[in-house]
Design a protein. Structure first.
Length: 182
């Protein structure tokens, strides 16, 4: 089987279900941004982080493939059985954030991205996650999108912020606090 199909050479692609749409379609932008996010999470996994954090991020990557599949399907025509996102997936993110937050100093300032490559990757992933969320919310205005997808992306951006703080704490890297000029 060849990786290329040549079916997208004129700027169109197929959704799951067969519907052809332009490659700039909001549905394509949504799942493409989720795929970009997944790649950045892969970069975080490649850093010097705990096995627990790597394993948790691998679970997130799996959920992002689930989300991507959901977003890639034409809600009107797809008959393919696609994995579901569950409320427990959202609960797990919240529980992990609560655990990490319990080990961190109280947040009293805005945090500027940076401090180390792994922290910066977390912040980049957080920003890409917010973009994926915005695009998915926009898509949901005109098309069916599972509410749990939007909630998961919202929690995931918070998780990535908290993970950046935790990794800095783990590696004794001071937070880059924003102190506004007055």
């Amino acid at each position: 089987m060849k990786i290329y199909t040549k079916t997208g050479d004129k700027g169109f692609t197929s959704l799951i279900g067969g519907t052809r749409v332009p490659k700039h379609h909001l549905r394509i932008e949504s799942y493409g941004t989720v795929d970009e996010l997944n790649s950045y999470i892969g970069l975080i996994c490649d850093q010097e982080i705990t096995l627990h954090d790597k394993d948790f991020l691998k679970q997130i990557q799996d959920r992002l493939f689930t989300i991507g599949s959901s977003l890639a399907a034409d809600p009107e025509k797809s008959r393919m059985v696609i994995p579901d996102l569950h409320k427990e997936d959202i609960d797990l993110l919240e529980k992990e954030m609560d655990t990490m937050s319990g080990q961190l100093p109280e947040l009293k300032h805005f945090i500027l991205p940076g401090g180390s490559t792994m922290i910066s990757y977390c912040h980049i992933a957080r920003c890409v996650c917010r973009r994926a969320e915005r695009l998915t919310v926009h898509l949901a205005e005109d098309s069916k999108v599972d509410d749990k997808v939007i909630i998961y992306l919202n929690r995931l951006s918070d998780y990535l912020f908290t993970l950046a703080r935790k990794l800095g704490n783990d590696h004794k890297i001071s937070e880059n606090q924003w102190i506004p000029r007055l």
